[in-house]
Design a binder for this molecule. Structure first.
Ligand SMILES: NC(=O)c1ccc[n+]([C@@H]2O[C@H](COP(=O)([O-])OP(=O)(O)OC[C@H]3O[C@@H](n4cnc5c(N)ncnc54)[C@H](O)[C@@H]3O)[C@@H](O)[C@H]2O)c1
Length: 306
């Protein structure tokens, strides 16, 4: 099934939340480029409730039917045991780990005043902790490899969101977690580069069960024969490249990916600045802030803001 120019020949990739949606597309695309894939999915409902082994097994079956190699992992990636066994599954089954795609997650959307503590905790846990723990266990393995003189060509792709980069009305928990993933990506890239690890993040947009109802107007399938811009498979080629040796030198970056468009997101950086060389009074600080704001670029609109 793999072409001679495949980007991931000989590599082993782990994809979290790969039983459905974007993760499923990434797992299939990585396998099509020659990677052996650990297909993780807890099989939860759209709000994180319940569990099922079916989604991961189905993707494994698809990869095997196409001539590839894959194994299912049904653990919860937001637990230490789940994250440790995820990395162990790659090492025990295929003998190595090269690429980690952190993708699993779910939503509990509410306006802030209606957002229960449980919905805050559940969304922070699955996205933020669910990125941190697999990254930590994978990075510990790669650091050990580097210390043993086998510096890896390791790649991590984290999954942020436009909600985390620009804000999104009704998604305070999700936006905070996805913004946190960008901070985690920057730190991980800076800390693990010396062990041969590159860490980047994507902010995807695609039609999955997570988006097809909420954004029904923009997610509609196209007419027969037209480019399906919202198909999850459109996001995966960038993920495959970021998961391969071909992206050497690219780390700590955030890309938006949707349809046929890839955008480098340019993040926080110092804008207009003023320094009094001494402490401002509150009124002076206000005057200075207003002057600087008049010189600064206007912020991007928050998604869903009127
Ligand atoms: N679809 C979009 O337009 C969009 C936009 C921005 C960001 N994202 C992000 O992309 C990622 C994938 O989303 P999707 O749209 O494909 O959603 P999806 O619901 O289709 O797939 C997510 C998968 O993650 C699994 N999962 C959830 N919690 C898990 C856990 N604790 N352990 C293991 N697996 C778990 C689910 O069972 C599900 O199969 C998410 O991180 C999401 O926030 C999606």
């Amino acid at each position: 099934m793999t072409s001679s120019t495949a980007l991931c020949t000989g590599r082993v990739a782990v994809v979290t939340g790969a039983g459905r949606g974007l993760g499923r597309a990434h797992a299939l695309a990585l396998a099509a480029e020659g990677a052996k894939v650990v297909v993780n999915d807890l099989g939860v409902g759209i709000d994180g409730s319940g569990t099922a082994t079916g989604p991961a097994q189905e993707v494994v079956a698809l990869i095997r039917a196409a001539g590839g190699e894959a194994v299912a992992h049904n653990g919860d990636i937001a637990t230490a045991e789940g994250a440790a066994s995820l990395v162990a599954t790659a090492l025990d089954t295929f003998g190595r780990l090269d690429t980690l795609v952190n993708n699993a997650g779910f939503l509990r959307d509410r306006m802030l005043v209606n957002l229960d503590e449980d919905d805050w905790d559940a969304v922070m846990r699955v996205h933020l902790k669910g990125h941190f723990l697999p990254l930590k266990h994978a990075a510990a393995h790669w650091r050990a490899e580097a210390k043993a003189g086998r510096t890896p060509c390791a790649r991590v792709i984290n999954t942020s969101s436009g909600a985390g980069l620009l804000g999104s009305v009704g998604q305070g928990n999700y936006a905070a977690a996805k913004a946190g993933i960008v901070g985690l990506t920057l730190v991980a890239a800076a800390e693990t580069g010396r062990y041969g690890v590159q860490v980047n993040a994507i902010a995807p947009a695609a039609r999955t069960r997570m988006t097809e109802d909420t954004f029904a107007d923009t997610m509609a399938a196209p007419a027969e024969g037209e480019f399906d811009a919202m198909a999850p498979e459109n996001v995966s080629p960038l993920v495959v490249w970021l998961g391969s040796p071909a992206c050497e030198g690219v780390s700590g970056r955030v890309f938006e990916a949707e349809g046929g468009r890839i955008t480098v997101m340019e993040g926080w950086r110092p804008g207009p600045t003023a320094d009094k060389g001494a402490r401002w009074s509150p009124a002076e600080a206000g005057d200075a802030a207003l002057k600087l704001l008049a010189e600064a670029e206007a912020p991007q609109p928050v998604y869903g803001a009127r």
